[in-house]
Design a protein around this ligand. Structure first.
Ligand code: GTP
Ligand code: MG
Length: 345
């Protein structure tokens, strides 16, 4: 991906290809501008902060929706996204699909597979598909995914779908911040156990047992119900809690997808009615703000012109030579730095 995007510094960018020029094009729904800005954000390229500030007021419209689809490898997530998104399209909704793959530094493999699986969407102007990776960037995949969603929303898409393989905390972080989380499992024994281990049970708003055409789906549904009971018993008395429905489905046969869409819409209505949507938005914005502040502090301390640069060696020597304990030395440093005021980069 980066090969297609040479460093900006080589030539002075023309107004329409400068970061803020691209933002103007983004607001007009220019897909190429969207793709370039996504690369900029993904790579933490020059000016990406200003870009996000500029798009922020235009993203997260009240009616925009973020859907997270996760589950074990090969459960049929992409196939299901294809079927589901086709239905959104019939209602005229524009959809951005962000395939988040934390496992590989290059998303090539996943993209190829998804191209085939989501074939029917590729020629549709109302659908934008993009794979995201982090290449070790700051804030991790969850941060990049949600910043990418801001760009997609600012380009006028109504629904953002995150697809991620649910195997661990990183993936949980990506989808957890979505408005509705769909966990896709299969009747294969082991799927539910894996989902439990990965922490997917707690974040699911809707469960799908896919590949019902292969048999064993009823047993899988029962096993899931059993696994979920302890979680549901923890609900507080009287609190109107959402009970995640468990749906049988066959993505390849396109069976049961209507019911899934209805369940997603029911959950959407639920979180709107309970004020949860605003809460989720607040949590997302708070996470972003906290990350940026913490990163700024880290830079102010440790960066090239960081405040610790001058004082560090002296403090370290004091501790090494036993003149001061490590805690006393750290406290003295902190006092000094805070009094002198940090210079934020
Ligand atoms: N029999 C059957 N096969 C399915 C169904 N849904 C998906 N598959 C097949 O399962 C395989 C994986 O499907 P994908 O949609 O790529 O699954 P995925 O969860 O996106 O996979 P990763 O992104 O690689 O984790 C493909 O060969 C699909 O054709 C289904 O409902 N029934
Ligand atoms: Mg997939």
């Amino acid at each position: 991906m980066s090969a297609q995007h040479p460093p900006q510094a080589q030539a002075a960018p023309s107004p329409s290809t400068s970061p803020l020029g691209l933002v103007e094009r983004l607001f007009q729904g220019d897909v190429r501008a969207l793709a370039r800005l996504l690369s900029l954000v993904e790579d933490r390229g020059p000016g990406y902060e200003r870009v996000l500030d500029a798009v922020f007021p235009h993203a997260q419209r009240a009616d925009a929706y973020r859907l997270g689809i996760t589950g074990p490898p090969g459960a049929g997530k992409s196939t299901l996204v294809d079927r589901l998104v086709r239905r959104f399209r019939r209602e005229g909704l524009r959809v951005g699909i962000l395939a988040c793959d934390p496992t590989s530094p290059f998303t090539g493999g996943a993209v190829l597979g998804d191209r085939v699986r989501m074939q029917s969407l590729r020629d549709d102007e109302g659908v934008f598909i993009r794979s995201l990776a982090t290449r070790g960037s700051l804030g991790g995949l969850a941060a990049v995914a949600h910043e990418a969603a801001l760009l997609v929303e600012a380009a006028g898409y109504d629904v953002v779908v995150f697809e991620t393989i649910g195997v661990g905390q990183v993936e949980v972080d990506v989808v957890e911040a979505a408005d509705t989380v769909v966990v896709v499992l299969t009747p294969q024994s082991g799927d539910a156990v894996q989902a439990l281990k990965a922490g997917l049970m707690e974040i699911a708003d809707v469960f799908v047992v896919n590949k019902a055409d292969q048999g064993g789906a009823d047993r899988a549904v029962q096993a899931l119900q059993l696994a979920l009971r302890p979680l549901q018993d923890q609900d507080e008395e009287g609190k109107k809690a959402w009970r995640p429905p468990i749906l049988k489905l066959s993505a390849t046969r396109d069976e049961g997808v209507e019911a899934l869409k209805a369940a997603i819409e029911a959950h959407r209505a639920f979180i709107n009615a309970e004020g949860l949507k605003a809460q989720k938005r607040r949590a997302r914005v708070e996470a972003l703000l906290r990350r940026v502040v913490e990163e700024g502090l880290r830079q102010a301390l440790w960066g090239d012109r960081g405040a610790l640069k001058a004082r560090w060696e002296e403090a370290l020597q004091q501790v090494l030579q036993g003149a001061r304990g490590p805690f006393a030395a750290a406290e003295a440093l902190l006092r000094e730095l805070l009094k002198a005021r940090l210079e934020v980069p």
